[in-house]
Design a protein around this ligand. Structure first.
Ligand code: GLU
Length: 441
Protein backbone atom coordinates (compact mmCIF):
# COMPACT_ATOMS: atom_id res chain seq x y z
CA UNK A 1 0.00 0.00 0.00
CA UNK A 2 1.46 3.32 -1.07
CA UNK A 3 2.12 5.74 1.77
CA UNK A 4 3.67 9.15 1.37
CA UNK A 5 4.22 12.05 3.67
CA UNK A 6 4.74 15.77 3.52
CA UNK A 7 7.03 16.69 6.37
CA UNK A 8 7.33 20.43 6.91
CA UNK A 9 9.14 21.91 9.88
CA UNK A 10 6.74 24.39 11.51
CA UNK A 11 9.31 27.16 11.45
CA UNK A 12 7.69 29.23 8.74
CA UNK A 13 4.90 29.37 6.18
CA UNK A 14 4.62 27.02 3.22
CA UNK A 15 5.97 28.63 0.06
CA UNK A 16 6.01 27.60 -3.58
CA UNK A 17 9.17 25.55 -2.99
CA UNK A 18 7.70 23.24 -0.39
CA UNK A 19 4.31 23.24 -2.07
CA UNK A 20 5.94 21.31 -4.88
CA UNK A 21 7.08 18.66 -2.41
CA UNK A 22 3.66 18.54 -0.75
CA UNK A 23 1.80 18.26 -4.04
CA UNK A 24 3.99 15.53 -5.50
CA UNK A 25 3.67 13.38 -2.40
CA UNK A 26 -0.05 14.03 -2.26
CA UNK A 27 -0.59 13.11 -5.91
CA UNK A 28 1.45 9.91 -5.65
CA UNK A 29 -0.61 8.74 -2.67
CA UNK A 30 -3.94 9.64 -4.25
CA UNK A 31 -3.12 8.16 -7.62
CA UNK A 32 -2.27 4.87 -5.94
CA UNK A 33 -5.29 5.01 -3.64
CA UNK A 34 -2.83 5.12 -0.73
CA UNK A 35 -2.28 7.17 2.39
CA UNK A 36 -0.99 10.71 2.63
CA UNK A 37 0.45 11.73 5.99
CA UNK A 38 1.04 15.28 7.13
CA UNK A 39 4.08 14.94 9.35
CA UNK A 40 5.05 17.89 11.47
CA UNK A 41 8.84 17.85 11.92
CA UNK A 42 8.90 19.70 15.21
CA UNK A 43 11.86 18.26 17.08
CA UNK A 44 13.37 21.72 17.38
CA UNK A 45 11.44 23.24 20.28
CA UNK A 46 12.95 26.69 19.86
CA UNK A 47 12.15 27.23 16.22
CA UNK A 48 8.91 25.25 15.97
CA UNK A 49 5.82 27.38 16.49
CA UNK A 50 2.22 26.29 16.93
CA UNK A 51 1.04 29.18 14.77
CA UNK A 52 3.01 27.73 11.86
CA UNK A 53 1.46 24.30 12.41
CA UNK A 54 -1.97 25.94 12.10
CA UNK A 55 -0.87 27.99 9.12
CA UNK A 56 0.48 24.93 7.32
CA UNK A 57 -2.83 23.14 7.81
CA UNK A 58 -4.80 26.16 6.63
CA UNK A 59 -2.70 26.50 3.50
CA UNK A 60 -2.99 22.81 2.69
CA UNK A 61 -6.75 22.94 3.18
CA UNK A 62 -7.02 26.01 1.00
CA UNK A 63 -5.37 24.01 -1.77
CA UNK A 64 -7.46 20.92 -1.13
CA UNK A 65 -4.43 18.81 -0.22
CA UNK A 66 -6.26 16.81 2.43
CA UNK A 67 -4.22 14.47 4.58
CA UNK A 68 -5.31 11.15 6.00
CA UNK A 69 -3.63 11.76 9.32
CA UNK A 70 -1.27 14.06 11.13
CA UNK A 71 1.84 12.86 12.91
CA UNK A 72 4.00 14.99 15.14
CA UNK A 73 7.60 14.19 15.79
CA UNK A 74 7.46 15.83 19.22
CA UNK A 75 5.04 13.04 20.23
CA UNK A 76 7.49 10.36 19.21
CA UNK A 77 10.69 11.28 21.00
CA UNK A 78 10.76 7.95 22.86
CA UNK A 79 10.79 6.12 19.52
CA UNK A 80 13.85 8.08 18.42
CA UNK A 81 15.60 7.48 21.74
CA UNK A 82 15.02 3.77 21.30
CA UNK A 83 16.50 3.82 17.81
CA UNK A 84 19.48 5.78 19.11
CA UNK A 85 20.05 3.14 21.80
CA UNK A 86 19.94 0.45 19.16
CA UNK A 87 22.56 2.20 17.06
CA UNK A 88 24.69 2.75 20.15
CA UNK A 89 24.55 -0.96 21.01
CA UNK A 90 25.52 -1.85 17.46
CA UNK A 91 28.57 0.35 17.65
CA UNK A 92 27.25 2.60 14.88
CA UNK A 93 26.93 5.63 17.15
CA UNK A 94 29.76 7.63 18.65
CA UNK A 95 30.08 10.70 20.77
CA UNK A 96 32.10 13.62 19.45
CA UNK A 97 33.06 16.77 21.30
CA UNK A 98 34.37 19.25 18.74
CA UNK A 99 32.93 22.73 19.06
CA UNK A 100 31.45 24.38 15.95
CA UNK A 101 34.54 26.59 15.78
CA UNK A 102 36.85 23.60 15.84
CA UNK A 103 34.84 21.88 13.13
CA UNK A 104 34.94 25.00 11.05
CA UNK A 105 38.69 25.17 11.38
CA UNK A 106 39.05 21.54 10.34
CA UNK A 107 36.89 22.18 7.29
CA UNK A 108 38.92 25.21 6.29
CA UNK A 109 42.18 23.27 6.58
CA UNK A 110 40.80 20.45 4.47
CA UNK A 111 39.59 22.85 1.83
CA UNK A 112 42.97 24.60 1.78
CA UNK A 113 44.59 21.27 1.13
CA UNK A 114 42.16 20.61 -1.69
CA UNK A 115 40.37 17.88 0.26
CA UNK A 116 36.61 17.52 0.68
CA UNK A 117 35.45 18.92 4.04
CA UNK A 118 34.47 15.60 5.59
CA UNK A 119 34.51 15.04 9.35
CA UNK A 120 37.80 13.28 10.16
CA UNK A 121 36.36 10.96 12.82
CA UNK A 122 38.91 12.14 15.37
CA UNK A 123 36.39 11.31 18.11
CA UNK A 124 36.59 7.62 17.26
CA UNK A 125 40.14 7.57 18.58
CA UNK A 126 39.21 9.00 22.00
CA UNK A 127 39.81 6.74 25.00
CA UNK A 128 37.14 6.43 27.67
CA UNK A 129 39.22 8.61 30.00
CA UNK A 130 39.58 11.30 27.34
CA UNK A 131 35.85 11.26 26.70
CA UNK A 132 35.21 11.50 30.41
CA UNK A 133 37.35 14.57 30.75
CA UNK A 134 35.93 16.19 27.60
CA UNK A 135 32.46 15.54 28.94
CA UNK A 136 33.37 17.15 32.24
CA UNK A 137 34.81 20.13 30.43
CA UNK A 138 32.28 20.59 27.59
CA UNK A 139 29.19 18.65 28.58
CA UNK A 140 27.72 15.74 26.63
CA UNK A 141 28.96 15.49 23.07
CA UNK A 142 26.95 15.14 19.88
CA UNK A 143 26.13 11.67 18.62
CA UNK A 144 27.28 10.81 15.14
CA UNK A 145 26.27 7.86 13.02
CA UNK A 146 29.26 5.92 11.76
CA UNK A 147 28.78 5.44 8.05
CA UNK A 148 30.08 2.31 6.38
CA UNK A 149 32.58 3.51 3.84
CA UNK A 150 31.12 1.93 0.77
CA UNK A 151 29.11 3.24 -2.15
CA UNK A 152 25.51 4.06 -1.38
CA UNK A 153 23.27 3.47 -4.37
CA UNK A 154 19.66 3.89 -5.22
CA UNK A 155 17.46 4.30 -8.22
CA UNK A 156 15.97 7.75 -7.85
CA UNK A 157 12.47 8.29 -9.21
CA UNK A 158 13.60 11.52 -10.86
CA UNK A 159 17.40 11.54 -10.93
CA UNK A 160 17.85 7.94 -12.05
CA UNK A 161 20.74 5.81 -10.76
CA UNK A 162 22.62 7.54 -7.97
CA UNK A 163 25.84 6.35 -6.43
CA UNK A 164 27.48 8.24 -3.57
CA UNK A 165 30.76 7.34 -1.93
CA UNK A 166 29.99 7.27 1.80
CA UNK A 167 33.59 8.27 2.50
CA UNK A 168 32.84 11.63 0.89
CA UNK A 169 30.11 12.34 3.43
CA UNK A 170 30.57 13.36 7.07
CA UNK A 171 29.16 10.98 9.67
CA UNK A 172 25.84 12.71 10.33
CA UNK A 173 25.08 14.13 13.76
CA UNK A 174 21.80 12.55 14.85
CA UNK A 175 21.55 13.87 18.39
CA UNK A 176 22.79 17.18 19.70
CA UNK A 177 24.77 17.67 22.89
CA UNK A 178 21.67 18.96 24.65
CA UNK A 179 19.85 15.77 23.71
CA UNK A 180 17.78 17.29 20.92
CA UNK A 181 17.00 14.69 18.28
CA UNK A 182 17.81 15.88 14.80
CA UNK A 183 15.80 15.53 11.63
CA UNK A 184 17.79 12.68 10.10
CA UNK A 185 17.12 10.05 12.75
CA UNK A 186 13.57 11.21 13.43
CA UNK A 187 12.75 11.08 9.75
CA UNK A 188 14.25 7.64 9.29
CA UNK A 189 12.40 6.18 12.28
CA UNK A 190 9.12 7.70 11.11
CA UNK A 191 9.49 6.65 7.50
CA UNK A 192 10.26 3.11 8.60
CA UNK A 193 7.64 2.75 11.33
CA UNK A 194 4.90 4.50 9.38
CA UNK A 195 5.46 2.30 6.35
CA UNK A 196 6.30 5.19 4.05
CA UNK A 197 6.81 3.72 0.59
CA UNK A 198 7.66 6.82 -1.43
CA UNK A 199 9.57 9.92 -0.45
CA UNK A 200 9.71 12.88 -2.79
CA UNK A 201 11.70 15.87 -1.63
CA UNK A 202 14.00 18.55 -2.94
CA UNK A 203 17.39 17.71 -4.40
CA UNK A 204 19.00 19.53 -1.47
CA UNK A 205 18.25 16.30 0.41
CA UNK A 206 20.25 13.94 -1.84
CA UNK A 207 23.15 13.61 0.61
CA UNK A 208 20.72 13.14 3.51
CA UNK A 209 19.14 10.33 1.57
CA UNK A 210 22.48 8.58 1.22
CA UNK A 211 23.04 8.63 4.97
CA UNK A 212 19.41 7.75 5.68
CA UNK A 213 19.67 4.65 3.52
CA UNK A 214 22.50 3.37 5.73
CA UNK A 215 20.67 4.25 8.95
CA UNK A 216 17.49 2.54 7.76
CA UNK A 217 19.39 -0.59 6.92
CA UNK A 218 21.27 -0.51 10.26
CA UNK A 219 17.91 -0.34 12.01
CA UNK A 220 16.59 -3.21 9.92
CA UNK A 221 13.98 -1.14 8.09
CA UNK A 222 12.90 -1.11 4.47
CA UNK A 223 13.95 1.84 2.35
CA UNK A 224 11.22 3.82 0.64
CA UNK A 225 11.56 4.72 -3.02
CA UNK A 226 13.22 8.11 -3.20
CA UNK A 227 12.74 10.85 -5.76
CA UNK A 228 14.43 14.24 -5.59
CA UNK A 229 12.89 17.08 -7.52
CA UNK A 230 14.96 19.98 -8.75
CA UNK A 231 14.91 23.24 -6.87
CA UNK A 232 13.01 26.23 -8.16
CA UNK A 233 14.81 29.26 -9.51
CA UNK A 234 13.51 32.68 -10.47
CA UNK A 235 12.51 33.40 -14.09
CA UNK A 236 16.11 34.26 -15.03
CA UNK A 237 17.52 31.18 -13.36
CA UNK A 238 18.50 33.13 -10.26
CA UNK A 239 18.41 31.35 -6.90
CA UNK A 240 15.01 31.60 -5.31
CA UNK A 241 15.96 30.48 -1.83
CA UNK A 242 16.21 34.00 -0.46
CA UNK A 243 12.97 35.12 -2.05
CA UNK A 244 10.91 32.13 -1.00
CA UNK A 245 9.87 34.06 2.07
CA UNK A 246 7.91 36.38 -0.21
CA UNK A 247 6.38 33.49 -2.12
CA UNK A 248 4.42 32.07 0.78
CA UNK A 249 1.12 30.51 -0.17
CA UNK A 250 -0.72 32.99 2.01
CA UNK A 251 0.78 35.88 0.09
CA UNK A 252 -0.30 34.33 -3.19
CA UNK A 253 -3.77 33.75 -1.78
CA UNK A 254 -3.83 37.38 -0.68
CA UNK A 255 -2.94 38.42 -4.23
CA UNK A 256 -5.93 36.50 -5.55
CA UNK A 257 -4.18 33.45 -6.97
CA UNK A 258 -6.64 30.57 -7.26
CA UNK A 259 -5.73 27.14 -5.85
CA UNK A 260 -6.36 25.36 -9.15
CA UNK A 261 -4.03 27.76 -10.96
CA UNK A 262 -1.27 27.17 -8.45
CA UNK A 263 -1.76 23.40 -8.38
CA UNK A 264 -1.96 23.12 -12.16
CA UNK A 265 1.32 25.00 -12.56
CA UNK A 266 3.13 23.14 -9.82
CA UNK A 267 2.00 19.71 -10.98
CA UNK A 268 3.67 20.26 -14.34
CA UNK A 269 6.45 22.83 -13.96
CA UNK A 270 9.80 21.14 -14.52
CA UNK A 271 8.24 18.09 -16.17
CA UNK A 272 8.19 17.12 -19.81
CA UNK A 273 4.42 17.65 -19.92
CA UNK A 274 2.99 21.07 -20.78
CA UNK A 275 1.42 23.24 -18.10
CA UNK A 276 -2.33 22.98 -18.55
CA UNK A 277 -5.06 24.39 -16.42
CA UNK A 278 -6.87 21.49 -14.79
CA UNK A 279 -10.40 21.85 -13.60
CA UNK A 280 -10.19 19.74 -10.48
CA UNK A 281 -8.02 17.57 -8.31
CA UNK A 282 -9.16 14.38 -10.04
CA UNK A 283 -7.71 15.64 -13.32
CA UNK A 284 -4.47 16.61 -11.63
CA UNK A 285 -4.14 13.16 -10.09
CA UNK A 286 -4.94 11.50 -13.38
CA UNK A 287 -2.33 13.48 -15.31
CA UNK A 288 0.52 13.21 -12.81
CA UNK A 289 3.63 11.11 -13.19
CA UNK A 290 6.69 11.82 -11.09
CA UNK A 291 8.92 10.11 -13.67
CA UNK A 292 8.16 12.93 -16.12
CA UNK A 293 10.10 15.43 -14.00
CA UNK A 294 13.64 16.39 -14.85
CA UNK A 295 16.77 17.08 -12.82
CA UNK A 296 17.43 20.55 -14.25
CA UNK A 297 16.59 23.55 -12.04
CA UNK A 298 13.02 24.63 -12.63
CA UNK A 299 12.23 28.23 -13.49
CA UNK A 300 9.31 29.66 -11.63
CA UNK A 301 7.68 32.97 -12.48
CA UNK A 302 4.96 34.09 -10.10
CA UNK A 303 3.40 36.04 -12.99
CA UNK A 304 2.47 32.75 -14.69
CA UNK A 305 -0.09 32.20 -11.95
CA UNK A 306 -2.26 35.12 -13.03
CA UNK A 307 -3.27 34.07 -16.56
CA UNK A 308 -4.03 30.62 -15.14
CA UNK A 309 -6.09 32.20 -12.39
CA UNK A 310 -8.00 34.30 -14.94
CA UNK A 311 -8.65 31.25 -17.10
CA UNK A 312 -9.82 29.25 -14.14
CA UNK A 313 -12.20 31.99 -13.00
CA UNK A 314 -13.65 32.29 -16.49
CA UNK A 315 -14.65 28.65 -16.32
CA UNK A 316 -16.60 28.96 -13.08
CA UNK A 317 -20.37 29.20 -12.72
CA UNK A 318 -21.77 31.91 -10.47
CA UNK A 319 -22.40 29.36 -7.72
CA UNK A 320 -18.65 28.97 -7.22
CA UNK A 321 -17.99 32.68 -6.85
CA UNK A 322 -21.23 33.99 -5.42
CA UNK A 323 -19.60 34.98 -2.16
CA UNK A 324 -16.97 37.08 -3.91
CA UNK A 325 -19.65 38.65 -6.13
CA UNK A 326 -21.73 39.54 -3.08
CA UNK A 327 -18.63 40.83 -1.26
CA UNK A 328 -17.93 43.14 -4.18
CA UNK A 329 -21.30 44.75 -3.40
CA UNK A 330 -23.35 43.32 -6.25
CA UNK A 331 -27.05 42.96 -5.29
CA UNK A 332 -28.26 39.37 -5.47
CA UNK A 333 -30.70 40.05 -8.33
CA UNK A 334 -27.86 41.30 -10.52
CA UNK A 335 -25.33 38.63 -9.56
CA UNK A 336 -26.00 36.39 -12.56
CA UNK A 337 -25.74 39.02 -15.33
CA UNK A 338 -22.90 40.76 -13.49
CA UNK A 339 -20.83 37.56 -13.34
CA UNK A 340 -21.58 36.81 -17.00
CA UNK A 341 -20.21 40.25 -17.86
CA UNK A 342 -17.24 40.30 -15.49
CA UNK A 343 -15.84 36.76 -15.65
CA UNK A 344 -13.96 37.30 -18.90
CA UNK A 345 -12.58 40.62 -17.75
CA UNK A 346 -10.90 39.81 -14.47
CA UNK A 347 -7.54 38.40 -13.51
CA UNK A 348 -8.46 37.79 -9.88
CA UNK A 349 -11.71 38.02 -7.94
CA UNK A 350 -10.35 41.26 -6.48
CA UNK A 351 -11.04 42.86 -9.86
CA UNK A 352 -14.79 42.39 -9.38
CA UNK A 353 -14.92 45.45 -7.16
CA UNK A 354 -13.77 47.74 -9.96
CA UNK A 355 -16.35 46.37 -12.37
CA UNK A 356 -19.11 46.72 -9.81
CA UNK A 357 -18.07 50.31 -9.11
CA UNK A 358 -18.32 51.02 -12.80
CA UNK A 359 -21.79 49.48 -12.94
CA UNK A 360 -22.94 51.26 -9.81
CA UNK A 361 -21.41 54.71 -10.23
CA UNK A 362 -20.71 54.93 -13.92
CA UNK A 363 -17.36 56.04 -15.25
CA UNK A 364 -15.76 59.39 -15.91
CA UNK A 365 -16.83 59.58 -19.58
CA UNK A 366 -14.12 59.72 -22.17
CA UNK A 367 -15.51 61.89 -24.97
CA UNK A 368 -13.44 63.43 -27.73
CA UNK A 369 -14.47 66.96 -28.76
CA UNK A 370 -15.59 65.81 -32.18
CA UNK A 371 -17.85 63.20 -30.57
CA UNK A 372 -19.75 65.52 -28.19
CA UNK A 373 -22.79 66.04 -30.39
CA UNK A 374 -22.80 62.42 -31.41
CA UNK A 375 -22.85 61.25 -27.79
CA UNK A 376 -25.54 63.76 -26.85
CA UNK A 377 -27.67 62.53 -29.72
CA UNK A 378 -27.00 58.90 -28.81
CA UNK A 379 -28.03 59.47 -25.20
CA UNK A 380 -31.36 60.87 -26.36
CA UNK A 381 -31.93 57.66 -28.31
CA UNK A 382 -31.35 55.26 -25.40
CA UNK A 383 -34.28 52.82 -25.27
CA UNK A 384 -36.89 53.60 -22.62
CA UNK A 385 -37.62 51.38 -19.66
CA UNK A 386 -35.76 48.38 -18.40
CA UNK A 387 -32.67 47.56 -20.45
CA UNK A 388 -31.94 43.96 -21.38
CA UNK A 389 -29.66 41.79 -23.43
CA UNK A 390 -31.00 43.11 -26.73
CA UNK A 391 -30.91 46.82 -25.74
CA UNK A 392 -27.38 47.49 -27.00
CA UNK A 393 -28.30 46.15 -30.45
CA UNK A 394 -31.53 48.14 -30.60
CA UNK A 395 -29.84 51.28 -29.37
CA UNK A 396 -26.81 51.20 -31.67
CA UNK A 397 -29.07 50.45 -34.65
CA UNK A 398 -31.08 53.55 -33.82
CA UNK A 399 -27.94 55.65 -33.32
CA UNK A 400 -26.54 54.41 -36.61
CA UNK A 401 -29.75 55.31 -38.37
CA UNK A 402 -29.83 58.78 -36.85
CA UNK A 403 -26.17 59.71 -37.20
CA UNK A 404 -25.01 57.68 -40.18
CA UNK A 405 -22.04 56.41 -38.19
CA UNK A 406 -21.05 52.78 -38.32
CA UNK A 407 -18.39 50.28 -37.20
CA UNK A 408 -15.71 51.57 -34.90
CA UNK A 409 -16.78 55.17 -35.33
CA UNK A 410 -20.14 54.21 -33.93
CA UNK A 411 -19.21 51.76 -31.18
CA UNK A 412 -15.95 53.10 -29.79
CA UNK A 413 -17.20 56.58 -28.75
CA UNK A 414 -20.16 54.94 -27.02
CA UNK A 415 -17.92 52.50 -25.17
CA UNK A 416 -15.57 55.31 -24.11
CA UNK A 417 -18.42 57.53 -23.01
CA UNK A 418 -20.03 54.82 -20.90
CA UNK A 419 -17.00 53.08 -19.46
CA UNK A 420 -14.21 55.65 -19.71
CA UNK A 421 -12.12 52.91 -21.36
CA UNK A 422 -11.22 51.77 -24.83
CA UNK A 423 -11.70 48.12 -24.10
CA UNK A 424 -13.56 46.00 -21.68
CA UNK A 425 -16.60 43.81 -21.41
CA UNK A 426 -19.10 43.11 -24.14
CA UNK A 427 -21.19 46.27 -24.25
CA UNK A 428 -24.36 44.22 -24.75
CA UNK A 429 -23.85 42.53 -21.39
CA UNK A 430 -22.55 45.63 -19.64
CA UNK A 431 -25.23 48.13 -20.73
CA UNK A 432 -28.14 46.62 -18.76
CA UNK A 433 -25.94 46.61 -15.65
CA UNK A 434 -25.14 50.33 -15.72
CA UNK A 435 -27.16 51.57 -12.79
CA UNK A 436 -26.89 55.20 -13.80
CA UNK A 437 -28.72 54.37 -16.98
CA UNK A 438 -31.22 52.12 -15.26
CA UNK A 439 -31.97 54.87 -12.82
CA UNK A 440 -32.44 57.57 -15.43
CA UNK A 441 -36.20 57.42 -14.94
N1 GLU B 1 11.41 18.59 7.60
C1 GLU B 1 12.21 18.28 6.46
C2 GLU B 1 12.31 19.49 5.57
O1 GLU B 1 11.39 20.30 5.60
C3 GLU B 1 11.63 17.10 5.72
C4 GLU B 1 12.48 16.58 4.63
C5 GLU B 1 11.98 15.24 4.15
O2 GLU B 1 11.04 15.22 3.36
O3 GLU B 1 12.48 14.22 4.60
O4 GLU B 1 13.27 19.68 4.88
Amino acid sequence: MTTTRFAPSPTGYIHVGNLRTALMNYLIARKAGGTFILRIDDTDPERSKEEYVDAIKQDMEWLGLHWDRVERQSDRLDRYAEAADKLREMGRFYEAFETPTELDLKRKKQLNMGKPPVYDRAALALSDAEKESLRAERGTGVWRFKLDHERIEWNDGILGDISIDAASVSDPVLIRGDGQVLYTIASVVDDTEMGVTDVVRGSDHVTNTATQIQIISALGGTCPRFAHHSLLTGPQGEALSKRLGTLALRDLREQGVQPMALLSLMARLGSSDPVELRSDMAELIEGFDVARFGAAPTKFDVQDLFPLTAKHLQSLPLADVSEAVADAGVPAELAEPFWAMARENITTLGDLIGWWELCRDGAEPLIADEDRDFIAEAMRLLPEGQLGGESWGTWTAAVKEATGRKGKGLFMPLRKALTGMERGPEMATLLPLLQVIRARG
